[in-house]
Each structure stands twice: as structure tokens, then as C-alpha cells.
Design a protein around this ligand. Structure first.
Ligand code: GLA
Length: 395
């Protein structure tokens, strides 16, 4: 367990300085519902969480950038200069902050000097809770504050997405950076990814809690399968556009989809589009159920989301299915589904407080029997978006 003084002490030891640097935090995110809808012009319903990335930083007088992650101590200090911010596989995890700095500069922001930055994440890496968007947005607020940049939050969010798309080659949508950039304590946000209009919705679960379950399954080939799903949806859209004047799958109701689905020539693409259309409808409905306090109806929509991701979008896998299916039959669980991109990673479940311990025990037993290793559980709160930490803070 790391504390604020520990991080500051580590900073001073690693960068051999007695200066007091400034501290920043960017959360991770969960998505309650609305999966693989963002790049299809649909709705998503994510929330920022209290697990995330801490960045401790100070400017340097020269052009050198030095990065250190307490999560990857073996990688040591990774160094480069402002004049060469190109992607470098030897720089490993540091390509995330490098990519953000590169993208800021490319978009006209002035970064006149280098920095020493230490990162520490209490968010599991690569587990579908957006550790990558978290480090990108942590870097974004570091740049904004250290260099007094005038940047709208929405622009920072878009630049984070650009790092994924153009610098790292993952064609992801805007959900992760948006949730992390605009998160609000105790609120989820319903975002229309086509217009970027959004609204906050209080998450009041009265006696229930959101439990995050990490399948601990290594996510292999996730980026290439993700890009493949995206292009399957684009092909389905192109087929539909032969008769329909639409810009995205998110514009279609389920009924319209049924009337026109024959236009999609490939069976697989048709299943992918079906998921995108119905998941979007479920997401919009989910907000109104939550607002009316219909937690069970909300849970049912989460379950239907998982089924669709399992059968039509095919991104769940045996591990996440086992978690969701075990949760569905457990007393006190009103909804469970995978969260994030899938292909391994995390699931979330809404569980009655009194049943949480029992649920964890049961799931650990049945999951370990099938896969030979246990899942992990995280307790987390819904929290604010990326920001500088100005007061005494606690991890
Ligand atoms: C990843 C991407 C997001 C989104 C989800 C799936 O987290 O980064 O843009 O597409 O997968 O909903």
C-alpha cells in the first residue's frame, strides 16, 4: 500500500532532487452499459472510479523528458527529448505519456521545457478499466497545469483518443478518455457519442454495490480483434447506407434494423450490427430505469448486454461468461456483465451489500475450479475526473 509521502519520497530518490513536485490523478473507468457502441455513434454509460493513475511531476530547465513508473521498476528511468517523441517500442509503457506530449505539440500547444514525471497506478494494467486512457489523461493534466495551457477539457479528451488512434494504432472510440476527463463523484454519465451531448446521473443503489471482478485472463490480441470488430461494423453500415441515409448504426432503432438487416450481406457483420443497435437502445433505457429507481430493470438490461456481447459481438470468452453466469444465479445479484472492450479483463456486478462476501467466496471457488486461478475483486467508489491534487491526499 502506497501513501502520498511514499510517492513524494520515491520521486525525490529516483530523480535525485530535494524539490517538491506537484501531484496529479486521473481515474480509471467502468462502463455500466453501452459496450462497443461509442465508435458506432451510439450511447455509453460509464463512470470514473477511485482506482487510477497518480503522476508526480516537475518541469526541468532543459529539453529532456524522464519518466519512471513504480509499476514497472525494472524498466528504470525512460528518457527522451522533446525533439524526438516518435513511438519507440523500447520505451514500452512510456509511449503513453510520450504520445500525449507529442499530440499536444502537434496540435499547437507549447511545451517549452522537459519534465521529470513519476507514475504510480493502483488500477490493474490491461484489465479493461482503461489504465491506458488513465495514464494519457494524467499526462494531459500535468501538461495543462505545469505549462499553464488554455485547453478545453473536451479537447484534451479528443487528444487522448488521438494518441490511441494515431500514435498507438488502436481505433478506439471516445468513451474512456471522456469518462476519465469528465467524471463526477457518485455519478455515471450518459454520453451520446455522435453529438458528444451528455448528462450526469446519480448512481444511488440503496443497499446494493458495484463489485468489479477481474478475470485475470491475459488479454491477447485484444487490439487487433478490437479493430476487426470495428471494421465489421463499418462494413455493415456501408451495406445499410445503400438504402438508408444514416451516418452511424447508432441512428437506427431496433425496428428499423429489423426492416433493413437483409441489406447486410455478411452474416457475421449482421450480428455485429445487431449488437450495436440493440445495445444502444438498452443504454438509453438504462438511464431512465436508474432515474426511476428501478434497479432490477437496470440489472436486467446489464444481463442482456452481456448475452449480446457473448452471442452476437463475440468478445466475452469463457472466463467472463463464467463470472457473469455465476453472478446471475447468485442470491442478491441483480445484474452482471463484462465491462470495457472484453477479450478478458473485468466484469461488474450489482450485488446486495449483505451478499457481497458470499458472492466473492462462491465465485472464487467455481472460477478457480474451471480455470485454475482465482479472480480478483476491487472495491472502488465513483469519483471525479482527472485533476491536480492540491490538498493532502490519500491513496
Ligand atoms: C475500449 C475502447 C472504448 C470502447 C470500449 C468498448 O475500452 O477504448 O472506446 O469502444 O472498448 O465499449
Amino acid at each position: 500500500m502506497m501513501t502520498q509521502p511514499d510517492l513524494l519520497q520515491n520521486y525525490q530518490d529516483i530523480f535525485q532532487t530535494t524539490d517538491t513536485p506537484r501531484s496529479f490523478f486521473a481515474p480509471g473507468r467502468i462502463n455500466l452499459i453501452g459496450e462497443h457502441t461509442d465508435y458506432n455513434g451510439g450511447h455509453v454509460f460509464p463512470a470514473a472510479i477511485s482506482l487510477g493513475t497518480y503522476a508526480i511531476a516537475r518541469k526541468r530547465a532543459d529539453q529532456t523528458l524522464r519518466f519512471y513508473s513504480m509499476n514497472f521498476p525494472d524498466a528504470g528511468i525512460i528518457e527522451c527529448t522533446l525533439s524526438d517523441l516518435s513511438f519507440n517500442s523500447d520505451h514500452d509503457w512510456a509511449n503513453f505519456p510520450k504520445g500525449m506530449i507529442h499530440t499536444f505539440i502537434e496540435n499547437g500547444f507549447s511545451i517549452p521545457s522537459g519534465m521529470d514525471v513519476l507514475f504510480y497506478g493502483d488500477i490493474p494494467n490491461g484489465a479493461g478499466l482503461s489504465s491506458s486512457a488513465s495514464i494519457e489523461m494524467a499526462t494531459g493534466v500535468v501538461l495543462e497545469e505545469l505549462f499553464d495551457l488554455e485547453i478545453e477539457r473536451l479537447q484534451m479528451i479528443r487528444l487522448g483518443q488521438k494518441v490511441e488512434n494515431d500514435y498507438l494504432g488502436v481505433n478506439s472510440g471516445i468513451m474512456d478518455q471522456f469518462a476519465i476527463g469528465k467524471g463526477k463523484k457518485d455519478h455515471a454519465m450518459l454520453l451520446d457519442c455522435q453529438t458528444l451531448k451528455f448528462s450526469y446521473a446519480p448512481v444511488e443503489l440503496n443497499g446494493y454495490e458495484i463489485v468489479i471482478i477481474n478475470s485475470n485472463k491475459q488479454r491477447t490480441l485484444a487490439a487487433s480483434k478490437y479493430n476487426e470488430r470495428r471494421s465489421e461494423c463499418e462494413q455493415a453500415l456501408a451495406d445499410l447506407q445503400k438504402e438508408l441515409p444514416i451516418d452511424s448504426l447508432g441512428e437506427l432503432s431496433g425496428e428499423q434494423f429489423e426492416q433493413h438487416k437483409h441489406l447486410i450481406t455478411n452474416d457475421i457483420n449482421r450480428k455485429r450490427a445487431k449488437h450495436a443497435v440493440y445495445e444502444n437502445e438498452r443504454t438509453v433505457r438504462a438511464l431512465s430505469e436508474l432515474e426511476q429507481g428501478h434497479i432490477e430493470a437496470f440489472g436486467n438490461l446489464m444481463n442482456a448486454s452481456h448475452v449480446s456481447l457473448r452471442d452476437d459481438y463475440e468478445v466475452t470468452g469463457a472466463e467472463l461468461d463464467k463470472i457473469a453466469e455465476t453472478a446471475w444465479s447468485h442470491p442478491g445479484v441483480i445484474g452482471a456483465r463484462m465491462t470495457g472492450a472484453g477479450f478478458g479483463g473485468c466484469a461488474i456486478a450489482i450485488v446486495e451489500q449483505a451478499q457481497i462476501d458470499n458472492f466473492k467466496k462462491t465465485l472464487t471457488t467455481v472460477y478457480s475450479e474451471d480455470f485454475g486461478y482465482p479472480p480478483s475483486f476491487y472495491e472502488t467508489k465513483i469519483s471525479d475526473g482527472a485533476k491536480e491534487l492540491v490538498e493532502e491526499w490519500q491513496l
